[in-house]
Write a protein that binds this ligand. Structure first.
Ligand code: HEC
Length: 216
């Protein structure tokens, strides 16, 4: 009888040890699913990091358009309704006394940000005016096609060389009449894409954000 009880106790202890081990494995599995990705971004999901970055970029571009470009008296040679500053917002800002267009301001920032190589972002479009802003590889082409089709952001992991990235492409839509007038009448646009006439709310391109996952 004593022997049986002792046997039961050992069995009990083993079952308990087994269950503890199983629970530990389960916990590790749950904690690690997506853990490798978020480790590189300090425990925050890369998807969320990309959303935050995008919000900051989009807000800065809108603020620059609203509070700087809109105060200029001229936009690409044409007088502006509510302009108060005797200045022109123009693509040729470097060769005149002008200020950059919002897309150029965005690119200038992206060039500075990519200098330290931590992560990169840029504005791309299949109907690009600036040659540096066409979709560069199969991934960007695939993402751009998806965003044009759905009007929604496209997010996926990609490998470039041996490096892993979390990449997200956010739609850049024609939210103002000025977007479509300026692009549709731009000499480069007219020459390259004579059949592409943007309408309001069209996806004109996208903001690509690449977050390296092996950086940490
Ligand atoms: C006054 C003219 C003008 C206006 C207004 C304008 N753009 Fe652009 N856009 C440009 C030029 C010029 C470039 C190329 C800039 C560069 O050299 O990086 C450009 C670049 C872009 C690009 C990157 C692809 C490319 O063509 O090189 C996208 C996407 C884009 N614009 C979308 C928009 C949207 C959306 C709006 C409205 C919110 C807008 N643009 C308003 C002139 C304009």
């Amino acid at each position: 009888m004593k022997l049986i009880r002792k046997g039961m106790r050992i069995l009990h202890a083993r079952t308990l040890a087994f269950l503890t081990l199983a629970a530990a494995i389960c916990f590790t599995a749950v904690a690690c699913s997506g853990g490798a990705e978020s480790q590189a971004t300090g425990g925050i999901k890369p998807e969320l990091v990309a959303d935050y970055i995008h919000t900051a970029l989009a807000s800065d571009r809108t603020a620059y358009t609203k509070h700087v470009v809109n105060r200029a008296k001229k936009l690409e040679g044409k007088p502006k309704e509510k302009g108060v500053l005797d200045i022109e917002a123009t693509e040729a800002w470097e060769n005149s006394n002008g200020i950059p267009l919002p897309a150029q301001m965005f690119r200038l920032g992206s060039e500075i940000a990519s200098e330290d190589g931590a992560f990169t972002y840029n504005l791309i479009s299949p109907w690009y005016i600036n040659d540096a802003q066409g979709p560069k590889n199969e991934f960007e082409k695939k993402a751009m096609d998806a965003v044009i089709k759905t009007g929604e952001p496209y997010k996926e992991m990609q490998e470039v060389g041996s490096k892993k990235y979390f990449s997200a492409l956010y739609p850049d839509k024609a939210v103002a009449e000025a977007c479509i007038t300026c692009h549709n009448t731009h000499p480069i646009h007219k020459e390259r894409y004579p059949d592409k006439v943007f309408k309001m709310d069209d996806v004109m391109g996208g903001v690509m954000i690449n977050i390296p996952l092996d950086a940490a």
